[in-house]
Design a protein around this ligand. Structure first.
Ligand SMILES: Cc1cc2nc3c(=O)[nH]c(=O)nc-3n(C[C@H](O)[C@H](O)[C@H](O)COP(=O)(O)OP(=O)(O)OC[C@H]3O[C@@H](n4cnc5c(N)ncnc54)[C@H](O)[C@@H]3O)c2cc1C
Length: 302
């Protein structure tokens, strides 16, 4: 079978694209390597998405997935490992199968960046985490550290401060990048100690369980958990053959959401842009989808 369009990634951007494509009458397939909802499943509180004065990531994820079910949008839980071009078609290879399609929307998001220090990889899931909502409850009443100075780090610090005994918030600069309202909240929280101009230089463990961290190679702090929020890197390694990313790995698109490869569009956190948020992801998914439908109509009428 040849699909009209394959959407890669079932986060808010991919699902938004799929809604418009399906409503436009196209024969589509969504491919997702983990779980529908994407990053939403890992976010605690959301208070800037229209229609929801306050909600949680998993709640919104469920609502977004309801659209997939209501519209009977076909999807498969498979990881895309390669995309190639052949005879005006795109060949999408997953870990399980190979599919042919006329158009693609890439909406595969980004991955949390690592500190790249010794033991980090080995202790991921054994004290090191990038998901407060997934792992926070493991550290109830204990001391933890959070690394980062942007919105994600501070939002998650506020969330975790209600669960844990004490948080060391470790930031490499002397001011935060996060929104001022978050900075104010963090500063008011009695159990958050901020360490400015600081870097985690070592992670110590006993029997493969995180025990303490070293800061600036001079201070050892005993913590049970280390949450890392130091930005993201694009999840676009599988696109290497297409040459559609910049030096940071982000996909470059025009105002229509199209990459420099005819018929391949992209949306959401995977693209190069200024604002990495739910509303922008949803709108870019819609824009890509509507332009695919326009392109199909123009070609049919030509
Ligand atoms: C801690 C935190 C808090 C945040 N809080 C807010 C907030 O309050 N408000 C707000 O607007 N935004 C917030 N954001 C940002 C927002 O979550 C993202 O901008 C948005 O979720 C991105 O959606 P997306 O669909 O582009 O990507 P994602 O949600 O990351 O979805 C991408 C999907 O693609 C899948 N995928 C990846 N590679 C492949 C592959 N090779 N094959 C198949 N599937 C693949 C992934 O598994 C994933 O499901 C927050 C982000 C973080 C990290």
């Amino acid at each position: 079978m040849i699909y009209d369009c394959i959407v890669i990634g079932m986060g808010i951007s991919g699902i938004s694209a799929a809604i418009y494509l399906k409503n436009g009458g196209l024969n589509i397939l969504m491919l997702e390597k983990e779980a529908p909802g994407g990053l939403l499943n890992k976010i605690n509180k959301i208070n800037n998405y229209p229609g929801y004065a306050e909600t949680t990531g998993p709640e919104l994820s469920y609502k977004v997935f309801e659209s997939v079910e209501a519209l009977e949008i076909p999807y498969k839980l498979e990881e895309v490992v390669d995309i190639s071009l052949a005879d005006n078609l795109k060949i999408v290879k997953t870990n399980k199968d190979t599919y042919k399609t006329k158009y693609i929307v890439i909406a595969s998001g980004r991955n949390p960046r690592k500190l790249n220090i010794e033991n980090e990889k080995e202790l991921t899931g054994k004290g090191v985490s990038t998901c407060a909502i997934c792992d926070g409850s493991l550290y109830k009443g204990q001391d933890i550290a959070i690394v980062g100075g942007g919105n994600s780090a501070l939002e998650e610090a506020i969330y975790l401060s209600k669960l844990v005994n004490k948080i060391y918030l470790i930031h490499r600069r002397d001011t935060f990048r996060a929104e001022q309202s978050l900075v104010n909240k963090v500063k008011k929280q009695a159990n958050i100690e901020i360490l400015y101009n600081s870097n985690v230089t070592k992670i110590n463990s006993t029997n493969d369980i995180l025990e303490s961290i070293e800061v600036n190679n001079e201070r050892t702090i005993t913590v049970k958990g280390l949450f890392v929020y130091v930005g993201f890197e694009s999840n676009t390694g599988y696109l290497k053959n297409l040459n559609i990313t910049n030096e940071s790995g982000n996909i470059l698109v025009n105002a229509e959401g199209e990459t420099q490869v005819d018929g391949i569009y992209a949306a959401g956190d995977a693209i190069q842009k200024d604002l990495y948020q739910l509303v922008t992801g949803a709108s870019e998914g819609a824009i890509a989808a509507v332009n695919i439908i326009k392109d199909i109509n123009q070609k049919e009428n030509a």
